[in-house]
Design a protein around this ligand. Structure first.
Ligand code: PLP
Length: 388
């Protein structure tokens, strides 16, 4: 199709020209005396993306899923007891990963479309008087349902219960787009991948670890090899990596950090807030509802939209792709067929999103969900015009 494809899934996100150019490089010797310049440029600035001043950041050739594993195997002994909240596909997979590694996970179930409830976390930790629970697993932004949980409130709940558990936060669809305060929220391990807020192809996993988490790495008895932070730390300290780094992606990441810091993390978060508000105004104008059950937990990086009873969201996605060259996110697991998702994160702006909303409107009508053409686009534009 002529024109450009609209990649409106919640990751991978479009790669800006500037990052494509940064990655379009010849390979280099990753053991040369010049290489540490790149490593240090990345590792010294990466913490600024999440407002981390203590602890360390790590980069692996891997993905977000792999970083769940890296965070756990370096800080939790075999069979350790953990507490997690399940309210969507990615919180579900985080739990499954921990269980596959042999950890015992107590699960607080929430309906899909809800967020983590700090009061329930506090109650579970208070009940654990022997302090057996070693860690709390939280997905900050549940990409499957378009719901953002309050990490600071979860930290407060842990503190109120006077519980020593470490706080593990999945920031795959929040870091580098939504506000993320690593130090202030008392996060111990935060993880992400390169393909969302960093606007790069998939292939890099990023792990931010607090001093408290790092203090557990050496004594941790969990078997680990590729994800062993001891080897990573020794090599990183010299400006190198234990195995061949994903060089093109590292060049991209270095430039992505520059771009994000040039914009300023507060501005990045404000831009995404505007996107979320505009898209939600469109959903309201269409007479549809979001999967997120309350406005205050609605995500500013992805909106999951529920189709009317008896309709199949896959039809909307298929029409959008085939007829209008726009990719939308599908419903996963429990919400398969019930929702479609609009990703609004990374290298995008209000005009691009206006085009995306136009494509969604036409696809909705074509799939037999009548909406007034222009209604959602109009509502979003009205919001953006006043706010921008
Ligand atoms: N966590 C969240 C919140 C995600 O959205 C995703 C992927 O979309 C993942 C984890 C898994 O990341 P990856 O696909 O990079 O392994």
């Amino acid at each position: 199709m002529a024109g450009r494809h609209f990649l409106q899934i919640p990751g991978p996100t479009p790669v800006p020209d500037r990052l494509q150019r940064a990655m379009h490089r010849q390979m280099e010797d990753h053991r040369s005396s010049a290489f540490p310049t790149l490593t240090r440029s990345i590792l010294s600035r990466l913490p600024q993306i999440v407002h981390q001043t203590k602890g360390e950041a790590f980069v692996f050739p891997a993905t977000g899923t792999a970083m769940w594993e890296a965070a756990l195997v370096n800080t939790q002994n075999p069979g350790a007891r953990l507490l997690a909240v399940r309210f969507g596909q990615f919180s579900h997979l985080f739990i499954q990963t921990a269980r596959a590694l042999g950890y015992q996970v107590d699960v607080i179930e929430e309906p899909w479309g809800e967020a983590a409830d700090p009061a329930k976390i506090e109650a579970a930790l208070r009940a654990d008087t022997a302090h057996e629970i070693q860690g709390v697993l939280l997905v900050h932004n549940e990409t499957a349902t378009g719901v953002t949980s309050d990490v600071a409130a979860v930290r407060d709940a842990i503190d109120r219960a006077q519980h020593p558990a470490l706080l593990y936060v999945d920031g795959v669809s929040s870091i580098a787009s939504l506000e993320f305060q690593f130090d202030a929220w008392g996060v111990d391990c935060a993880i992400t991948g390169s393909q969302k807020g960093f606007m790069l192809p998939g292939g890099l996993g990023v792990l931010f670890a607090s001093e408290k988490a790092l203090a557990r790495v050496d004594a941790c008895t969990m078997p680990r090899a590729y994800f062993d932070l001891r080897a990573m730390r020794t090599n990183n300290a010299q400006g190198y990596f234990p195995s061949t780094p994903a060089l093109s992606l590292l060049f991209g990441l270095d430039e992505a950090i520059t771009m994000l810091l040039e914009e300023g993390m507060a501005n990045v978060a404000a831009r995404h807030r505007l996107f979320g508000e505009g898209v939600r105004a469109a959903v309201k104008a269409w007479g549809l509802r979001e999967c997120a059950r309350r406005p205050e937990i609605a995500s500013n990086t992805v909106t999951a939209i529920v189709v009317p009873e008896g309709q199949d969201a896959r039809q909307v996605i298929d029409m959008a792709f085939k007829r209008y060259d726009i990719s939308l996110g599908s419903g996963l697991n429990e919400v398969a067929g019930k929702v479609f998702r609009i990703g609004h994160l990374g290298d995008t702006n209000t005009l691009t999103l206006a085009g995306a909303l136009a494509g969604v409107e036409m696809a909705l009508c074509d799939a037999g969900i009548p909406v007034t053409l222009g209604s959602g686009v109009g509502a979003a534009l009205a919001h953006w015009r006043v706010q921008a």
